[in-house]
Design a binder for this molecule. Structure first.
Ligand code: HQG
Length: 181
């Protein structure tokens, strides 16, 4: 499978496992899971043929580990990034003292005023290191990097979660916990 094909499949899975499962006639189970057999059958039915081997390759090759199987290998889910209501069963964790967020200059005035907001996702997504934040910001243009004082925000009672792929998640980062790098 070449990279272009992998990206196509990954985007297809992101759309359906994070945002619009109903387009494939699927419903996400608690935790965001769908049965692998049901997914493959739905893909075939919707003229997007996908094999178990291709699914396994996507799970293990995805640079960002977007998708994961459960321990039995019979169910699959997106690790984060959902816009549909789903309970991921994440356990609050103590964050590192600093986290990072990559964005673009056009978003800064609103971010300075309102802080980092979830926008269409379930959580604000934060990166554990500067390089990752830079990549996230670059999706939208020239990246602007923000440092989050996670230790102070945590001390103030805000909960943090870590998705299986290392992305840190929280509800809101008020402006006073942010500075530009
Ligand atoms: C910005 C990708 C105005 C925020 C990435 C961002 C990540 C505000 C955009 C994951 C704002 C939301 C998440 C405010 C935040 N006013 N703009 N108050 N607060 N923003 O895509 O963090 O490829 O929902 O800076 O790699 O960019 O999907 O969040 O620019 O891990 O696997 O609003 O998505 O991963 O954009 O990216 P997003 P994000 P995947």
């Amino acid at each position: 499978m070449d990279n272009t094909h992998q990206t196509r499949i990954s985007k297809f899975l992101s759309l359906h496992l994070r945002h619009r499962p109903e387009l494939l006639g699927l419903t996400l189970e608690p935790g965001g899971w769908v049965g692998v057999k049901a997914l493959l059958a739905a893909c075939a039915h919707h003229k997007f043929p996908l094999t178990k081997a291709q699914l396994e390759a996507i799970v293990s090759n995805s640079d960002k580990q977007r998708f994961a199987f459960d321990e039995t290998g019979t169910r699959i889910r997106a690790q984060q990034g959902h816009s549909v209501p789903v309970e991921l069963g994440l356990v609050p964790q103590v964050p590192p003292s600093e986290l990072y967020h990559g964005t673009v200059a056009s978003a800064l005035p609103a971010i300075r005023q309102h802080g980092l907001q979830k926008m269409t996702r379930h959580h604000v997504h934060l990166s554990p290191d500067v390089e990752t934040a830079r990549r996230v910001g670059s999706r939208r243009g020239r990246p602007v990097l923000l440092v989050i004082d996670a230790a102070a925000l945590y001390a103030a009672g805000t909960l943090f979660y870590q998705a299986g792929n290392g992305v840190w998640l929280t509800d809101h980062v008020p402006p006073q916990y942010l500075r530009e790098l």
